[in-house]
Design a binder for this molecule. Sequence first.
Ligand code: SAH
Length: 352
Amino acid sequence: MSPLSDHLRDLIASQGPIPVSDYMALCLMHPEHGYYATRDPFGASGDFITAPEISQMFGELIGLSLAQAWMDQGVPNRFTLAELGPGRGTLMADILRATRSVPGFQAAAQIHLIEASPTLKSIQAETLEGYCTTWSDRITALPDQPLYLVANEFFDALPIRQFVRSGLGWCERQIGWNEGLTFGLAPETRYDSLTHRLDDTKDGDLVEQCPASVPIATQIGQQISSQGGTALIIDYGDWHSLGDTLQALENHAPVNPLQNPGNADLTAHVDFEALAMAAPCAHTKLTPQGVFLERLGITQRAQSLAQNLSGKPLETHIAAHRRLTHPAEMGTLFKVLGLYPHGTTPPPGLDP
Ligand code: SAH
């Protein structure tokens, strides 16, 4: 049993079964035993690998898309360059390297990272050494100025609630203890926030909600709408949530989400429609990551980088290009949603 299992057993004994969202929040961010709070989970030796860790091309193209959006909006002379959940800081480092040659961009940028894990925050500080960077653990701390923001695999780490339809009501999925952690259902309740899902579900269907994502998307949208800017949100998921997408990964392999709390990464698919609806600004069409990166010129960038490579590094580079863009790899599963001010052009690579 993991130390967090003992804590969960005691918690459930004293207050009864807990919602999936409480379980996910404790597993990921418990200050002593939480998954992100205590380790660096990325890369080949970690539990999973993310797009910026696969290739520098990902961050470079995101950086150029943000810089082009900044130019399209008239080069505001002071703005926030923000990232939500920056992991090792690799994506921001690649954005900064790629935009060095964009006149005025970095002089106008104030780098702001939103990170809840002290362990990852110190790794980010090492990666971004030499840059003037501010950290916050929540998004409400962003300065009131144009906002150019990226979030890669951030929203999938926010805790979700799960509900199983029962007639015109819903039973929330809970986690209890019966000689170990086990799933159960709370009694049926009517939820106003789920009324619209009565149209596209039937008895027994499971839907998910990510309550923490709503105020974050609202704040980003408000700021972009009043101050200008753009946001690129990249994650796996779809326009609408249906079905159980809670998943745990350990050593690059799926495991039972209740098996090893605190030691496996827990994620859920992102409901992009919920983010777009919560953000009071314009949003782009949801676009597959592969299409987005191809439109931004990943193939030309890959060819240019390949000229200086041979042997194993060349093979790795070709595989990375394929991994980021091919429909059988991350190209279709991962999607990109852009947020931008009404009446302006969407960020490059995305359609209105
Ligand atoms: N964007 C990075 C890392 C993705 S993993 C990459 O692409 O490699 C998720 C990141 O979000 C981690 O940095 C994690 O610590 C952070 N995170 C998770 N929940 C958070 C929360 N509630 N508030 C702030 N950061 C959070």
